[in-house]
Ligand binder design. Sequence first.
Ligand SMILES: CC(C)(COP(=O)(O)OP(=O)(O)OC[C@H]1O[C@@H](n2cnc3c(N)ncnc32)[C@H](O)[C@@H]1OP(=O)(O)O)[C@@H](O)C(=O)NCCC(=O)NCCS
Length: 172
Amino acid sequence: MSLKLRPATPEDIPVLQHWDSQPHVIAATGSDAPPDWAEDIGLSGPAFRTLIGEHGGRPVGVVQIIDPAEEPTHYWGDCEPDQRAIDIWIGEPDCLGQGLGTQMMTLAIERCFAAPEVTAILIDPLATNTDAQRFYRRLGFEVVGPRRFGDDNCTVMRLTRAGWVGRALSGQ
Ligand SMILES: CC(C)(COP(=O)(O)OP(=O)(O)OC[C@H]1O[C@@H](n2cnc3c(N)ncnc32)[C@H](O)[C@@H]1OP(=O)(O)O)[C@@H](O)C(=O)NCCC(=O)NCCS
């Protein structure tokens, strides 16, 4: 069964809110309040995209891709231009650990680097979320260092275009 990414719509809000209440999502979210999905979907544009991962037509997770220098919430503070930042989670607990996150993340990374000006992708897992950090490392992300976002201690990781291309060339 194939996995695809499609833009989130207001019809997805109930399932997104259902995922927000799942213990594995809460554990990965830290002190941030759950997203205001109506607002996030309303912000959809070149600098802020919310995409649903569908596996065989069933929504299984969500990925947000932002331009950290341009997106309106300015979550990342002042940033270099031509980067992207990604947030991802599998919402359905029975879909964890089956390779769907890897497929979603691969599609999201390919989308980011399809824009020729994009040099690197940033992510900010909680410092305690070592499972997610292992998942990102396997995709080629490298640790930049610790950073505090609000009340949360995070580990910033980065994937450069060269890192992604090199990984593809080495057949990983
Ligand atoms: C991180 C996440 C997107 C990975 O997607 P996935 O479909 O579960 O992952 P895959 O099956 O492609 O790869 C498995 C790897 O994911 C990682 N992983 C992270 N959280 C996991 C979880 N709750 N359950 C299973 N695997 C998890 C592990 O590194 C695992 O590899 P391992 O076998 O060495 O433990 C997904 O597990 C998830 O949504 N976790 C909870 C929310 C979260 O941590 N999001 C990231 C916030 S920065």
